[in-house]
Write a protein that binds this ligand. Structure first.
Ligand code: ADP
Ligand code: MG
Length: 715
């Protein structure tokens, strides 16, 4: 009689029909992403409270939360003078003592908490305002003991109690009850879809037990877990649910990688001795060990029959562009066209400049396609691309526009992929003969993230800097020291060096920020740098103006360049030794790190000065301080991830970040690595016929991936 639920409640059952969930509530829960019983069960507690131990009332102390078992006396509902504000008050007595308890604005308690009832009460005693050391409980949670309604187990008190974030107007307590009811009604009918060999090997808790215990952990001291583990999401129940979530993700990714390996492109690259010599002759310096290793990895991909799908990660200045240039040259040497896609026009222009300089032999025809290439010029360019005359086409997403047709596209290098969607990548692939794809990112991505967002790519890492790179001294300076900062800059300039001053460009405020940058340049030119050459550069200037400004800065004719973030990536002026960032708190840490990479590119000591505004939150300050103490891009990115969460680092959700319900990319990074390893091995076993794909797992994968690939044959 404890439940009115249909006996056959399943994980897939809709929430509507559970006690207290009518059509309207069901609709609101659905909007919050809770549609089925399983969704509800994946609404995990965000913390737990140990209410196992009962205290006697005489032991209670202010500020220490406690559970008591007591009888209710003298309940009364007080209507205050404030309209609609009520206080329900009662005395709780357990024989050892008595304590007053109040509940605000819950007049219906009048019907529930009647005199003489006994129950568990949980709350934090406070000193009452009347003084005299009297204690009071405010809004304690409670659970009544009664003849008829006595629950088999208490759920709100007298145990380790789950605490939930409210969802769709359902408070934590209502959720707790609902989840408890769902779990009771489910019974033992929860199937486990993880392959049993993996479950055994990793000693993973059975699914049904994990789902139950993650909400209502056993309280006895011999239990498999502790309060610490529970609250850190590290209990065996958590780990089981997180692992399954990661495993589904990684099996899908492993299947995709496998499928791609089975694809064949229409051509194979060859590396003749001549190609090798030519490439070696291109560079004025020897490659670093890391560059050599990465180039070998790329060559192996290119020599194989399947298209390359590789992610190249490396800190700012680690030499990714050099690798891109060589890879494009290899394609050209093999008579194939290459495309280099950048996230913005300015970056495309910079890549064009850089590649022209690097591949200076003139053996390859480089073309730049941006929106400012129009009319006859554009028509001619597109003809060159279509006829195959263009060896390397550089541009933005315009490259994948329908008007661009390649004669034989063999390689696509995508810079800063995370700003492109998966869709664009697929569109590009369709333009060529299954071209090789090399994705470069200068935003170092913490591994747990890259294993998901880029989980379908092979990974290469440039973990070594070219020789002679200076560490950059990073200083935090307050507004009141601005004059001294200018003096410092003057000293550097007097030694023949150059400086950047960077302004953030926040989109919604673009106009005023732009103005700020322009005005700053003027003010500096009139004031502290009157005898020096100051210029301003921003994204609203047209290409020739920007080009001219950049070129003048590179030639040393401009000494101070005030710029919006257009210099973020790619500008290479070794003589620039000072970079001042205004409003550093408005940048992401990784972005700041990249900005900082604009200096220290030569052999001179370099400085990055972060100008702190007067009003700066404690958190913003701590964030900015990370930069002063860290020079390693990956560690900075990891901190960034901790501060801002994965969504912010990669921009938006559309970048294929998985919607995680149990797992947390930061906290559970090692489980992600484990899941990836197990998933890859499992997919290999599947392919080799040594493992079977159960129907339950196949269904799960289908649902998780919504048919985005054909699974290997089930069964
Ligand atoms: P990234 O694209 O990763 O920021 P780049 O390829 O632009 O790095 O290289 C940064 C700078 O270092 C460039 O000036 C480049 O010419 C130089 N560089 C790259 N590789 C080497 C190397 N092996 N030895 C010396 N200098 C290098
Ligand atoms: Mg670069």
């Amino acid at each position: 009689m404890t439940t009115t639920l249909a006996p056959a409640l399943e994980l897939d059952s809709p929430l509507q029909g559970l006690p207290g969930v009518g059509p309207r509530r069901a609709e609101r829960l659905r909007e919050a992403g809770l549609e089925t019983v399983e969704d509800l069960l994946f609404h995990l507690p965000f913390r737990y409270e140990d209410r196992t131990r009962c205290s006697r009332i005489f032991e209670l102390a202010p500020g220490l939360p406690a559970t008591i078992r007591a009888r209710l006396l003298s309940p009364r509902l007080i209507r205050t003078r404030r309209r609609g504000f009520t206080i329900f008050e009662a005395i709780l007595d357990d024989g050892s003592g008595a304590i007053r308890s109040v509940w605000y604005n819950q007049p219906y308690l009048d019907k529930v908490l009647v005199s003489g009832r006994e129950g568990f009460f949980y709350g934090e005693p406070r000193l009452a305002r009347e003084g005299m050391n009297a204690l009071v409980l405010q809004n304690p949670e409670f659970e009544l003991l009664g003849e008829e309604e006595e629950p088999e187990e208490t759920i709100h008190t007298g145990r380790i109690v789950p605490v939930y974030r409210s969802a769709s107007g359902l408070g934590g307590r209502a959720l707790r009850r609902l989840i408890h009811q769902a779990l009771s009604a489910l019974g033992d009918g929860i199937e486990d879809f993880l392959p049993s060999e993996i479950r055994r090997k990793l000693s993973l808790t059975w699914r049904g037990l994990a789902l139950r215990s993650v909400h209502f952990p056993p309280s006895d001291p011999s239990a498999d877990t502790s309060m610490e583990e529970l609250s850190e999401g590290a209990s065996p129940y958590h780990r089981r649910l997180i692992f399954e979530e990661f495993f589904l993700l990684q099996v899908g990714l492993a299947l995709r990688r496998r499928q791609r390996r089975l694809e064949e492109r229409g051509f194979r690259y060859r590396f003749t001795e001549e190609t090798r010599r030519k490439l070696a002759a291109l560079l004025p310096f020897p490659l670093t060990r890391a560059q050599k290793r990465v180039l070998r990895e790329i060559q192996e991909d290119m020599e194989g029959p399947a298209p390359m799908n590789r992610l190249l990660q490396g800190d700012v200045g680690s030499g990714k562009t050099v690798i891109a240039a060589l890879t494009l040259a290899i394609a050209a040497e093999n008579g194939l066209q290459g495309a280099l896609m950048a996230p913005t026009e300015i970056l495309a222009e910079q890549h064009h400049r850089k590649l022209e300089a690097l591949l200076r032999t003139g053996a390859y025809t480089l073309d730049l396609l941006t929106s400012s290439v129009r009319g006859a010029g554009r028509r001619k360019l597109l003809e060159r691309v279509e006829s195959g005359e263009t060896s390397i086409l550089i541009g933005t997403q315009a490259l994948i526009g329908s008007s661009v047709r390649f004669a034989r596209l063999g390689l696509v290098v995508v810079d800063e992929q995370h700003r492109f969607g998966v869709v664009q990548r697929a569109a590009l692939r369709e333009k060529g003969y299954r071209p090789d794809i090399l994705v470069m990112t200068a935003t170092p991505i913490p591994r747990s993230l890259s294993l998901t967002v880029y989980g379908d790519l092979e990974h290469s890492l440039l973990d070594e800097m070219p020789p002679g790179r200076q560490t950059i001294k990073t200083l935090l300076r307050a507004e009141e020291h601005r004059d001294r900062v200018y003096e410092g800059i003057r000293r550097e300039l007097a030694r023949g060096r150059q400086a950047f001053i960077i302004y953030p460009l926040v989109e919604e405020k673009e106009q005023s920020e732009l103005k700020a940058a322009v005005e700053m340049a003027e003010r500096l030119q009139r004031g502290p740098f009157a005898d020096l050459r100051v210029a301003c550069m921003h994204g609203r200037m047209n290409r020739p103006q920007r080009d001219e400004t950049m070129a003048a800065f590179a030639r040393g004719e401009i000494q101070v360049l005030v710029a919006t973030t257009v210099v973020e990536v790619g500008i290479d002026v070794p003589n620039a030794t000072v970079l001042v960032v205004e409003h550093p708190e408005r940048f992401g840490l990784s972005q700041l790190h990249q900005l900082r990479g604009r200096v220290g590119r030569g052999s001179e000591k370099a400085y990055c000065i972060l100008m702190l505004p007067e009003k700066l939150s404690e958190e913003a300050r701590r964030r900015v301080e990370v930069l002063a103490n860290e020079s390693d891009g990956f560690r900075i990115a990891q901190k960034d991830l901790e501060f801002r969460g994965p969504g912010d680092i990669l921009g938006t959700r559309q970048h294929g970040l998985p919607a995680l319900r149990a797992g947390n990319l930061i906290r559970d990074a090692s489980l992600m690595t484990l899941a990836r390893r197990e998933a890859s091995a499992f997919v290999e076993r599947l392919a080799g016929g040594e493992a079977k794909l159960s129907r339950a797992l196949a269904q799960r994968l289908e649902r998780r991936w919504q048919g985005r690939f054909n699974l290997l044959q089930a069964g």
